[in-house]
Write a protein that binds this ligand. Structure first.
Ligand code: F6P
Length: 341
């Protein structure tokens, strides 16, 4: 059996740990051969295939990023995408794929599986928004980075008695904002799932100043104000209605400063949350996902995704996992709203 491995979408700490465990178990236990497809679906389209053996995966467990490269290429947006992928797999005698990716990459995998390609999906993303799994690897590392940043910002906020707004990643879901906001003791947490009221946010901020406390506002990049609370004229919205030009964090700081009369600053954490060495939890989860994915290949159980449920790794149909996004449950958010202000 020859297995191809690819990583698609935004990079994320733990990708190399999956590649390593897939290749090691596949070779040592099942005598599989492996190749890597470079840069996600792009490599599958272009026939960019590289050898993958035990020596190639040595020492990569703690390394961030992906040794295979990644891209956001969607083969169905390319002419003859399916045929080109089939040609690549045939040319290299690849019997099955292990596809490591987030929503977009796994949606393509779902479609390819319907078209008859043998593959197993592994969910990754710092956003933790893949449906069907309790956690994706990468999330824990991102939350750790964001929490440390919030801890540091508290002292600066207090020293200058100003509001500090921290913008974290999360276009469609507020998992990072919620977890890091709670862990870091943020005073306000704003997530895409719950359009916020800017008047209420400013009231919360004011209430902190009244007790001589400098507020920290944690906002997910995809959070939006309630309808009617329009963004300043010099900003533009993207296709989802999210503030794009200078970001929601910057907009919030300007609004808060204007309304409270006190300094406000924004820190956008950006790709720092995706880079660097994975946390122990992410290495553990990524390694287990890899071991179970290669077992699914051995079983000929294709069209499935491995997922974490409690402490168990399960398999579920890819079509089920990619049918929806895993959003923050409203009751989880409400639980902590009591701390705001
Ligand atoms: O999906 C992961 C993610 O990091 C999102 O949180 C973020 O919105 C997006 O990727 C950024 O993508 P890119 O690196 O392509 O700009």
């Amino acid at each position: 059996m020859k297995v191809g491995v690819l990583t698609g979408g935004g990079d994320c700490p733990g990708l190399n740990a999956v590649i390593r465990s897939v290749v090691r178990k596949g070779i040592q236990e099942y005598a599989f051969d492996f190749v890597g497809l470079r840069d996600g679906w792009l490599g599958a389209l272009e026939g960019n295939v590289v050898p993958l053996d035990i020596s190639r995966v040595r020492g990569i467990l703690p390394r961030g990023g992906t040794i295979l490269g990644s891209s956001r290429t969607n083969p169905f947006k390319h002419e003859d995408g399916l045929r080109r992928i089939e040609d690549t797999l045939a040319a290299h005698n690849v019997d099955a794929l292990v596809v490591i990716g987030g929503e977009d990459t796994l949606s393509v995998a779902t479609e390819l599986s319907h078209q008859g390609i043998n593959l197993v999906g592994v969910p990754k993303t710092i956003d933790n928004d893949v449906f069907g799994t309790d956690y994706t690897f990468g999330f824990d590392t991102a939350v750790g980075v964001a929490t440390e940043a919030i801890d540091r910002l508290h002292t600066t906020a207090e020293s200058h008695m100003r509001t500090l707004v921290v913008e974290v990643m999360g276009r469609h879901s507020g998992w990072i904002a919620l977890h890091a906001g709670i862990a870091g003791g943020g005073n306000v947490i704003l997530i895409p799932e719950r359009p916020f009221d800017i008047d209420q946010v400013c009231a919360w901020v004011q209430s902190r100043f009244k007790i001589n406390y400098a507020p920290i506002v944690v906002v997910a990049e995809g959070a939006v104000p309630k309808e009617g609370q329009m963004i300043l004229k010099d900003q533009t919205l993207d296709e989802f209605g999210h503030v794009r030009l200078s970001g929601i964090g910057e907009w919030l700081a300007r609004e808060i400063e204007g309304r409270t009369g006190k300094d406000a600053r924004t820190t956008v954490l950006g790709h720092i949350q995706r880079g660097g060495t994975p946390s122990a939890f992410d290495r553990w989860l990524a390694t287990r996902f890899g071991l179970h994915a290669v077992d699914a290949v051995r079983d000929g159980d294709f069209g499935v995704m491995v997922a974490l449920r409690g402490t168990q790794i399960i398999r579920l149909p890819l079509a089920e996992a990619t049918a929806q996004t895993k959003r923050v449950n409203p009751s989880l958010y409400d639980e902590f709203e009591v701390f705001f202000g």
